[in-house]
Design a protein around this ligand. Sequence first.
Ligand SMILES: NC(=O)c1ccc[n+]([C@@H]2O[C@H](COP(=O)([O-])OP(=O)(O)OC[C@H]3O[C@@H](n4cnc5c(N)ncnc54)[C@H](O)[C@@H]3O)[C@@H](O)[C@H]2O)c1
Ligand SMILES: [Fe+2]
Length: 385
Amino acid sequence: MSAFQFRTVPHLIIAAGAAGQVGVHVAHHFPAVRRALLVTDAGFLRTGLAEAPLRNLQVAGIEVHVFSEVQADPSEAIVLAGVAMAQMFHVELIIGLGGGSSLDVAKLIAVLAPGHQELAQLYGIGNVHGQRLPLVQLPTTAGTGSEVTPIAIVTTGATTKMGVVAPQLYADLAILDASLTLGLPSAVTAATGIDAMVHAIEAYTSRLQKNPLSDMLATQALSLLSGNLIRACHDGQNLAARQAMLLGAMLAGQAFANAPVAAVHALAYPIGGLFHVPHGLSNALVLPHVLRFNVSHAAPLYAELAAILRPGVTGSDEARAHALIDAMQEIAHATGIARTLREVGVAASDLDRLADEAMLQTRLLGNNPRLVTRGDARAIYAAAL
Ligand SMILES: NC(=O)c1ccc[n+]([C@@H]2O[C@H](COP(=O)([O-])OP(=O)(O)OC[C@H]3O[C@@H](n4cnc5c(N)ncnc54)[C@H](O)[C@@H]3O)[C@@H](O)[C@H]2O)c1
Ligand SMILES: [Fe+2]
């Protein structure tokens, strides 16, 4: 076995209803904290689900300021506005409450509020220096796993996204309360859930840093996610299915935080950037085509995963690998999300631009089990059209 390292968030609370106790948990962990910034988005705030956590924080004697300007695929301007608010109120703790967008912004505010660094200095791997503010994360989508990853993604131009990857972005505490996800619309549940399944699949086949712990997490994640996604889409109020999805997404996040994702994400990012397609849906659209491309190099691993989605599946490695791809496609179709790039506005004349952009995702492509050339990327997009 190769040597490996594994990191994750040190304290996880997984309990339906726990968001209403966030003040108790914060007071227990950070008894000196008096002022906090809650980072969320206006859409989530409108659901009313932030009220119970806000009340509990106030009961615990913590003055809370709410920054709700986060938008999907957050820009640098949004991050900087949050930092300014944190500094203006001299907050001592950051709480992320929302989907991946809010959690990513919360991470960057926690790093930047002390004023050691500028945002532009953080992009890339390992460029965060100095201490961040204490950070607590509460996900409200079951998808990105951002509550347990050391990654924050920022939209830096009209179409480009950049990542900050550093161990300081691991939160101090993550609280997984599925009651926060009950109101998620079916389409968002589907797209974010498939994103989480892709995290598990890509971590399990990650070329360089795959390890026994990430494998264990990825398989358990895939089992929970595949067993509950359709139920959660068709009956959004099913708390047990929602809690299983939230746990599955977190386990997948722990897996890919240590065994990073690859070509599905590399090819999905340009679709999100150029056509403003949600992250999970972009992944779902290219997923079967990237997996088919990879079969020649990853069939034995895909065959192992096939047994989770299709228990009792038999045949050669290749046959079982194709069973995994078929099973993933069936799940996506059952949720009713878009099936082709055309449906989200992509035309044949866009394929070259998409392929050019995908080739810039070198950090992700390097983890793919098979080398991806520009011609390969274009052919995969053409198949997904
Ligand atoms: N940090 C990481 O490791 C990581 C990994 C993958 C993706 N990302 C990033 O995360 C972002 C995507 O995050 P996401 O898919 O969770 O979506 P999101 O945070 O962008 O939210 C999507 C929409 O869902 C709404 N929403 C969220 N929770 C809700 C709830 N409980 N009820 C009703 N509506 C709700 C929001 O208001 C928003 O309109 C992208 O910016 C992506 O690049 C980060
Ligand atoms: Fe993702």
